[in-house]
Design a protein around this ligand. Structure first.
Ligand SMILES: Cc1ncc(COP(=O)(O)O)c(C=O)c1O
Length: 446
């Protein structure tokens, strides 16, 4: 099969023997715990495309779950990694090393004042764990408040604050004690108020009840929240919600942690999604897009708060690895140099424009939401119930036409769109044409 540099190739015509062979090998040797979004067998990536073992190209609007914001093998990130590989790779905490110091300065530079001090780890779950530990150390309190539908990772601490699906939690109890879950303002589905009325959850009513009936506020160390819920369904809370949390945390001396592992590093058109609301947390966690695919996560906090974490009370062997740090520095530099925050806003506006057109037609999404190039399309059936089957069918139709899109949502009924910020206009239109065909015509038009 011949492929042009910029086009997606549909599935079906080529033989699948090569993929089948790899799938069989995978089944024999790889844990079944991986729940993969597709059965694609990938061996290459280039720009906005993934390429499978049969040479088929897939335009990727999922970015390896919101990670490869610069596409695959961005030349500047690739160069930075190569240069670092030719220097040193690893020192751990045996020494200070220059790339880590540089990466910390770079990460602090994209966070709002006064967040200026960084601890690096390897993944989203690890930085969530670390942030919760920091809050307990700093306050000498135990309680942790998390929000229904949140996803924060799979390790025990992160899992204890994750409530997007019971499947992630079943058979793992007992989880971390001292975690209190309170509703997230998911107004499209979960709130009773009218569309123009203020949301009581966003105004803090549920938190007040929590403090009155369940846990005293002065026993709470941390409040952990995603400024946009990711796995929960790309849910944008109403304006004022984050400011309410800020006010409540200030009032009670609670460490406010924004988990921006999925929403941070540019996809929303700002470095942090929380910047849209002009609310600054005490701690922010970043990972996913930070290293363009190399494992790195960051806990960013004010210096005085970080100073309450005594040396050696937290640590890591691999966190802040030199190659991951080089990738993070290059990723941030490319986003800055190429104006990709602005590009995220443009991509998102175009997606919203087209998706809102589909909303008016039979079978279109019931809700279109998001910030910048982080967009959720929520599908409901004719009875007004979440329509996961529809989302599966749309994703399958897209894949047949060479477009990779991911689902998410508490009921798996949301298509999430997080295309690379390096996407060209023709690639964007190509992807949206395929998606439109899948949404409105069951894939026939694609
Ligand atoms: C908001 C958020 N926090 C934490 C995590 C966990 O990240 P990781 O899978 O790198 O451990 C995720 C992963 O999807 C996430 O979306």
């Amino acid at each position: 099969m011949t492929n042009t540099a910029s086009s997606a190739s549909p599935q079906g015509s080529a033989t699948t023997n090569v993929s089948e062979g790899w799938r069989a090998r995978d089944q024999r040797s790889v844990s079944g715990a991986y729940s993969r979004y597709t059965d694609l067998v990938i061996e290459d990536g280039e720009g906005s495309f993934l390429i499978d073992v049969e040479g088929r190209r897939y335009l990727d609007f999922g970015c390896g779950i919101a990670v490869t914001s610069l596409g695959y093998r961005h030349p500047d990130v690739t160069r930075a990694i190569h240069q670092q590989v030719d220097s040193y790779w690893h020192t751990s905490v045996v020494t200070q090393h220059v790339r880590l110091t540089e990466a910390a300065e770079k990460v602090a530079s994209i966070c709002p004042d006064p967040l200026d001090t960084v601890f690096f780890a390897n993944s989203g779950a690890e930085v969530v764990e670390g942030a919760l530990k920091l809050a307990r150390q700093a306050t000498h309190r135990q309680g942790i408040i998390a929000f229904t539908g949140g996803f924060h990772g799979r390790t025990f601490g992160a899992l204890s604050v994750t409530t997007s699906k019971v499947h992630y939690r079943e058979h793992y109890s007992p989880l971390l004690p001292g975690v209190y879950t309170t509703p997230y303002p998911y107004c499209f589905r979960k709130c009773d108020h009218g569309p123009q009325e203020p949301c009581p959850i966003a105004m803090g009513e549920e938190l007040e009840k929590l403090f009155r009936h369940i846990v005293p506020a002065d026993e709470v160390a941390a409040m952990l929240v995603e400024p946009i819920q990711g796995e929960g369904g790309y849910i944008v809370p109403p304006k004022g919600f984050l400011a309410t949390l800020r006010r409540i945390c200030d009032q009670h001396g609670i460490v406010l942690i924004f988990d921006e592992v999925q929403s941070g590093v540019g996809h929303t058109g700002r470095w942090l999604a929380s910047e849209h609301d002009q609310v600054v947390p005490d701690v922010v966690t970043l990972a996913k897009a930070l290293g363009s695919g190399l494992p790195i996560g960051a806990i960013v906090a004010r210096h005085d708060l970080m100073d309450k974490w005594p040396a050696g009370t937290h640590g890591t062997t691999f966190g802040g690895n030199a190659i991951s740090c080089a990738a993070a520095i290059a990723t941030i530099e490319v986003i800055e140099r190429d104006g990709l925050l602005q590009r995220a806003t443009e991509i998102g506006a175009r997606i919203q424009e087209r998706a809102q057109g589909w909303q008016k037609q039979v079978g279109g999404p019931a809700d279109v939401r998001g910030r910048g190039a982080m967009i959720g399309l929520e599908f409901m059936d004719s009875a007004g119930l979440p329509d996961a089957e529809r989302v599966d069918a749309i994703r399958a139709a897209c894949l047949q036409s060479g477009l990779l899109v991911l689902g998410c949502g508490l009921d798996d009924n949301v298509i999430r769109l997080v295309p690379p910020l390096t996407l060209s206009d023709p690639e964007l239109e190509q992807g949206l044409d395929i998606l439109e065909g899948a949404v409105l015509h069951g894939g026939a038009r694609a």
